[in-house]
Structures are given as C-alpha cells and as structure tokens.
Design a protein. Structure first.
Length: 284
C-alpha cells in the first residue's frame, strides 16, 4: 500500500496547464487472498479550486490523473478498491501535501536555472491484506534535471477501516528489525548481488552481516508484508533497498523476499495469525 471517487483537478491560476498531484515518497483489511498482488487505482486528491474550466480526464484511465504547470508535470495513481476507501483517502491527503511542496520547489528552480521541466510519477498499489490490515508499495520516478530521474520506493502497512498507518514493528514482540530478519536479509542480499553483479559486495567491499565491521543496515531497508499462498494471510516480507544504498545507481534497487517462518517466533502472539503459507512474488 481502498477506493476513491474521481476528484477534481483544477487549472493553475495565471499559468497554462493543469495542476499535478502525487504521493509522499520519503525520504489492509480482510479481503480476498493472494489476489493481493499489486494493483493500480484511483485518482489523487483535488487541488485548489479551478480558475478555469477543468480539462476532461484521460480516456480509458479513470484512476490516473495527469497534470502540468510551466515547471512541473506530476502524475499519480492510487488504489481504486471500495474496501480501501479510507486508505486511499489518507494517501490523497499525503499526495496533496507532497504536490504542494514539490510545485513550490519546481517554481523556485525554474526561476533560478535553465533546467528542463521537472517530471514526477508515482504509483501506490496494495500488495496484500490480512486481518484488517493492508500492505502497500509506492514507486516514484522523480526527475529534477540532471542525467537521469531518481527511482524511489516507499512502503506502508495500514488499517483498512480507517486508513491509519501502523509501524511494522508493532506486529513483533522483539525489537524491530529482529536479528533473524536482519540475518535473512543479509544472506538474501548476498545471493541477489551475486546474481546481478557477480559478487556479494557493498560498494566493492564484501558484505559483512553483523558485528563491529557490519556494512549492511536492515534499518535502511523498506519492508512490506507479502501476499500469501493462503487466503487472507501474509506470507512473509518483501524487503527493498533503494538505489545508492548498497551499490552504485547503475545496479538499481534490490528487492528481496523473506518467508514468514524466518520470523515466526518474533511475532507478537496476537499477530501470529496474520501470517501463514508462503510468500507470493510481487507482480512486475
């Protein structure tokens, strides 16, 4: 990581072009089972009132709103599922805040440099649901000029009924991330690194999982509960390292999957029923 109704996108006063919307990229309710793969959805929040008649929404894309000012093109997709209405509403609020900030920054940049128009694209998708929780992943591409856009990943665990965000660590009795999860991540990253670049290294240094010389921090990763092979359950965790964190930008991000058996004993007793089965791979 709910449905939202189509909302108005206004036209920027004094500037040709539609205002844009997006979601905050830093830095899940009982429902159908492992259909819990990522799914795109509804529009982002409405912006300031239109000074001119609003444009028609893109055809055949009711859940996708695109908008543009002289300095910024901003597109966003949010979940479009009735049972996730409260979740989408919360994402819309964050979207509005994020858009307002980025638009101001883009306007300032346009005044002080000859860089091309900024381009932001954001998609939030539900991953899995279990026991009134929904997990979501957000992916963004942010171009602020320069050689290439920056690809970012964010994750959330939210209550389906009210859209409240829940820290993943709240599901665990032990300190988060637990030692078992940390070691599992480290070993999974070694495998992924070997497959991608031919060596289990972090910036050309051998990966050290623990101890005073450790060069891999699980706290820098993003986590999201994975869909399960069993209905209305989480099957494990998907773990993401953003570009630059564990290697050169050319390596891209790293996406790892940890089966729930790894941390079964670390879960708080009341949350153990949320997990069972095996994790389902993320949809491309």
């Amino acid at each position: 990581m709910r449905l939202s109704r189509p909302l108005t996108i206004g036209v920027a006063a004094g500037a040709a072009g539609v205002l844009a919307v997006g979601v905050l990229m830093n830095d899940q309710e009982d429902g159908s089972p492992a259909q819990q793969s990522e799914q795109a959805g509804s529009p982002s929040p409405s912006l300031s009132p239109a000074a001119q008649p609003q444009p028609a929404p893109p055809k055949n894309s009711p859940s996708f709103e695109a908008a543009q000012s002289d300095s910024l093109e901003f597109n966003a997709v949010l979940p479009d599922e009735p049972q996730l209405a409260a979740v989408t509403a919360q994402l819309q609020t964050e979207t509005q805040t994020y858009y307002d900030r980025v638009q101001r920054e883009a306007d300032q940049a346009a005044q002080s440099s000859s860089e091309p128009m900024w381009e932001f694209n954001v998609v939030w998708r539900p991953v899995a649901s279990a026991g009134g929780y929904v997990s979501l992943i957000g992916r963004s591409s942010e171009y602020r000029g320069g050689a290439h856009p920056i690809e970012l990943i964010d994750t959330k665990l939210m209550r389906s009924e009210n859209g409240d965000e829940v820290p993943l660590g709240d599901l665990f009795a032990a300190d988060w991330p637990t030692p078992a999860v940390t070691i599992a991540i480290c070993e999974a990253l070694k495998t992924a690194k070997t497959e991608k670049i031919g060596a289990p290294t972090v910036f050309d240094e051998p990966i050290v999982c623990a101890g005073p010389n450790s060069n891999l921090s699980a706290r820098e990763a993003k986590f999201v509960p994975a869909a399960s092979t069993e209905t209305n359950r989480f099957g494990g965790l998907h773990v993401f390292y953003q570009p630059y964190l564990v290697g050169a930008y050319s390596e891209g991000s790293y996406e790892l999957t940890i089966p729930y058996e790894v941390f079964r004993e670390d879960l708080a007793k009341e949350h153990q029923p949320l997990f069972s089965g095996s994790p389902v791979p993320l949809a491309p």
